[in-house]
Ligand binder design. Sequence first.
Ligand code: NAP
Length: 254
Amino acid sequence: MNAHQARFSLDGKNALVTGAARGLGWEIAQAFAQAGATVFLNGRNSAALQARVDSLAEDGLSAVAAVFDVSDQDGTRNWYRERGGPIDILVNNVGMRHRKPIAETPLDDFSHMLDVNLTAAYGLSRMLAPEMAEKGSGAIVNVTSIAGPFARANDIAYTAAKGGLESLTRALAVELGPKNVRCNGIAPGYFATEANQAMVDSPAVNEFLQGRVPLQRWGAPPEIAGAAVFLASPAASYINGQILTVDGGMTASF
Ligand SMILES: NC(=O)c1ccc[n+]([C@@H]2O[C@H](COP(=O)([O-])OP(=O)(O)OC[C@H]3O[C@@H](n4cnc5c(N)ncnc54)[C@H](OP(=O)(O)O)[C@@H]3O)[C@@H](O)[C@H]2O)c1
């Protein structure tokens, strides 16, 4: 590995990626492992996570299952106590969306959306930042959304939560920066994940994206990974408090 390649390496790092069993989290987890990290793959389904851990191990990559629901404070604390090593990189990737208007979003549902999309990222950051600070280095990457700075109708709780996550990213960056703990965000646009399959199959959505996205297509899930590796790696050592939008140019065009 030459000096330039070393800047993009995660060799020797421990990284927790939440929501890593499938979708964008799985892409990020694979790329981190390929970049040299030991990846703690989080999710709620232990069999699904173990299958991912085993498939990485077959390729000689290092991974561990981290089974807990990020919105369950006790479960998260239990994992933390038993995790078996300090975490250098935290990716808050779990996101929950229910695409409902205000009239169909009672306060309890709104609160739950904030718990999963925002409070969980705060809780994990608060838990792991002290050990990063003590080491004098660390990176937090929050997976936000283009729904952070922009809004579509009938998606009220998700939009509010992602806006909060964007602000949390900046707040963590300025508070933890003096300890050399960086915090940045990734804002994906439209990605053809399993969770979006119905939209991927919809001619109307495809026509919409053709017209709205300068690259005229969905993002392929692996296309998220480079941004995550970059922001977590020494290559981004002077980048702090930024949101990197990965949307094929959608939000650059009007
Ligand atoms: N896909 C897109 O086009 C897109 C666009 C903009 C932003 N994003 C953001 O990108 C992130 C990933 O999206 P995605 O589409 O890849 O999601 P996804 O396909 O729905 O995957 C979610 C993952 O999170 C896990 N998970 C869900 N709730 C959890 C919880 N409470 N605790 C622990 N794990 C949980 C799921 O595993 P288990 O069910 O097995 O626990 C699954 O592996 C989200 O923050 C999303 O808002 C995605």
